[in-house]
Design a protein around this ligand. Sequence first.
Ligand code: SAH
Ligand code: SF4
Length: 345
Amino acid sequence: MAKPNLYDLDLPALEALLGTWGEPRYRAKQIWEWLYRHLVTDVAEMTSLPQALRERLAGETRLSIPRVLARQESLDGETRKDLLQFEDGHTVEVVLMRYIERRSACISTQVGCAVGCQFCATGQMGFQRNLTRGEIVAQVLHLARELNAQDQRLTNVVLMGMGEPLLNYNHTLAAIRTLIHPDGFQMGQRRITLSTAGIAPGIRRFADEGVQVNLAVSLHAATDALRDELMPINRKYNLNELFAAISDYLTKTNRRVTLEWVLIDGVNDTFEQAEALAARTEGMLVHVNLIPLNPTAGYPGQPSSDVHIEAFTQILERRHVPFTLRLRRGIDIQAGCGQLRARMV
Ligand code: SAH
Ligand code: SF4
């Protein structure tokens, strides 16, 4: 059997493993402190553990640290993207975004994605495999380590890199639980955002997890005809089903949901779409995030023109739909999801 990756073990599993070695339970928490507080990359650095235990850990477990295969930095130095390689050679992207008061990690949950949204570089490359709990967490630790070396702290995590988190449900939730665990990475729950393309049953299940993590839903179209085309997942879970799941989530959690809307010129920035969006969201505790499209090689769409954005946002204002128009970040380094990997492969 392969040696277990320590990042893949939750506390009870680690306690159980140490139990079979005749070690006291509290050693598991000590190990977690080294992994998720001190962010060590080698068990040899776990100096509060007896030498014999460190040797046994080194011999019978592993610490899977992804390798940086490529890096791109935006001209303003505020956005950086790393291509990380896991043990089996597969690669994913992580993006670090620095704002005045925040430093956000955008991390991946799958290698590739099976959902196949037309405009998305990850969707265009297809699905390779799910990431494990440990591989998802390791991306956060990678960026946190680098920030710590510059005396900075990672403040936010968004699951908006490659992959559909709710189609890798168990590993994603396990990773979130490690990140927010009081003996783990100790990140504030409200500082984490999970973004989904609209897996309705997954949204319902997520509502029952009892976590205070933010939910974003990639909507991008408010009529089934257009959404079927842009996001094939809509043929499986159509807008009625998706909005029923969002309502269910709102009732259960009372937490505002973000709706992501990538502005594609002449496609979803029309009068009809703005009106349909207003009608769909009326009376709901939602906030719309408008983001101009990052063009990708496999899709002819372009970001909306200023004139179209102006017309679209005027309708939202008139209909009292709360929204924020986001600036594109890291456009010069193709910080859109999946775009660095698409260039490298
Ligand atoms: N699979 C999840 C999370 C990863 S994608 C989801 O779809 O929500 C993260 C966000 O990037 C989504 O809102 C997605 O629609 C958006 N996105 C994908 N391709 C993009 C592009 N070319 N330009 C701008 N945003 C894009
Ligand atoms: Fe997958 Fe999200 Fe890209 Fe759609 S937008 S293909 S769900 S990663």
